[in-house]
Design a protein around this ligand. Structure first.
Ligand code: NAD
Ligand code: MG
Length: 380
């Protein structure tokens, strides 16, 4: 039995991960769960999966469940709780399913323990990719990506030599606004932006998909995961989201991984690798899908993708500034405080205003994340 600790168990990835675990009861047990504030769902999860340890980050939400946690399950609270469990809890696999920069510090603790990291939280690699991948090497910790594109590439690279890779081809659905004119972004509503055609996900990544910042973050994630230069990572629009990504080799051959748009598959792969286990998930019927299409992305329309590519090319702390500004800007859009079209404007202002710094250490990353947020919060 492998022990799985899920950071962010009440989110879209967290819930899917628990669904996968439910169908492999002889393989996996849940040793711990953490949530931000959804304590009612947490209580249901505790009842079903019987973890020994849970963390509620938001202290007011935690108060609502004092006295309601069953015997044998310990409750910790706050950010200190998140760090403490990452350091102390018993687990073989750490499922990083929290959203945003907040996932960085606990993930680093899991890496330092040499654990397997099933990583959905792409922001961790965007803001501190160099540092985290170095720590992985030093501590013999392995990151198995959960992000569907990276899981696809990981699968295509099995048995291959990285030196023989010509390029990675990251597919992108293009999100809900693929066929809209740029002028549409002025008045795009929150509901329209949240209406992703293929994937059901948390609100932050859904907005990132509408702006295509998500693909920019994924290019940065792929750069650190696979150690390839950014000019060897191509983004291709593929609206059906059936090919999850591809690898092209030096002889021109291309390998792809296909499947329905369902995160349970990459989650299962990250838990069971190097094995594949039989499951009863829906199978892909290619005749039913009929056609697969591909286009080049429009960087003039999707400015966030362009900003992300510029940030990783600039290097240093620029991706961290980009990420912090994006998290604040998306948060503002979700609260209807700014227009959809203002998201890239705010990020651009932050990248202009906050001076870059090269080879940042962890302390510097936290400092820049904080100061970027403080700046972007004041913008409209
Ligand atoms: P979500 O918003 O649905 O869930 C986030 C989870 O993290 C929740 O359990 C929440 O309680 C917890 N959380 C949020 N903020 C927190 C904080 N400050 N402190 C502690 N806990 C906090 O998000 P999601 O869609 O499941 O995405 C999770 C991560 O996985 C993101 O980084 C996202 O980019 C990545 N990802 C998601 C999908 C998907 O299909 N949803 C696909 C690929 C990658
Ligand atoms: Mg993805």
């Amino acid at each position: 039995m492998k022990k799985v600790f899920i950071l962010g168990s009440t989110g879209s990835i967290g819930v899917n991960c628990l669904n996968v675990i439910s169908s492999f009861k002889d393989e996996f047990e849940v040793s711990g769960l953490t949530v931000n504030s959804n304590t009612e769902l947490l209580l249901e999860q505790i009842k079903k999966f019987k973890p020994k340890l849970v963390v509620v980050r938001d202290e007011n939400s935690a108060k609502k469940i004092y006295g309601r946690i069953p015997n044998g399950c310990e409750l910790l609270v706050g950010e200190e709780g998140l760090i403490k469990v990452s350091i102390d809890a018993e687990y073989d696999i750490f499922m990083g399913a929290m959203v945003g920069f907040a996932g960085l510090a606990p993930t680093i603790e899991a890496v330092k323990r040499g654990k397997r990291i099933a990583l959905a939280n792409k922001e961790t690699l965007v803001v501190a990719g160099e540092l985290v991948t170095n720590l992985c090497r030093e501590n013999a910790s392995e990151i198995i990506p959960v992000d569907s594109e990276h899981s696809a590439i990981y699968q295509c690279l099995i048995g291959e030599n990285l030196n023989e890779v010509e390029k990675l081809i990251l597919t992108a659905s293009g999100g809900p606004f693929l066929n809209k004119e740029k002028s549409f972004f002025e008045n795009a509503t929150l509901d329209e932006a949240l209406n992703h055609p293929n994937w059901k996900m948390g609100s932050k990544i859904t907005i990132d998909s509408a702006t295509m910042m998500n693909k920019g973050l994924e290019v940065i994630e792929a750069h650190w995961l696979f150690g390839l230069q950014v000019d060897k990572i191509e983004v291709v629009i593929h609206p059906q989201s059936i090919i999850h990504s591809m690898v092209q080799f030096v002889d021109g051959s291309i390998k792809a991984q296909l499947g329905l748009p369902d995160m349970k598959l990459p989650i299962q792969y990250a838990l069971t690798f190097p094995e594949r286990l039989q499951n009863n998930f829906e199978r892909t019927s290619l005749p039913e899908i009929g056609s697969l299409t591909f286009f080049e992305p429009d960087l003039t329309k999707f400015e966030c993708l362009k900003l992300a590519l510029e940030a990783i090319n600039e290097g240093g702390i620029a991706p961290c500034i980009l990420n912090a500004a994006n998290e604040v800007a998306v948060g503002k859009f979700l609260k209807k405080e700014i227009k959809f079209s203002h998201i890239p404007l705010l990020i651009n202002k932050a990248l202009d205003k906050v001076e870059n710094c090269f080879t940042p250490d962890l302390e510097t990353i936290f400092e820049y994340d904080k100061k970027t947020r403080e700046y972007v919060i004041t913008l409209t």
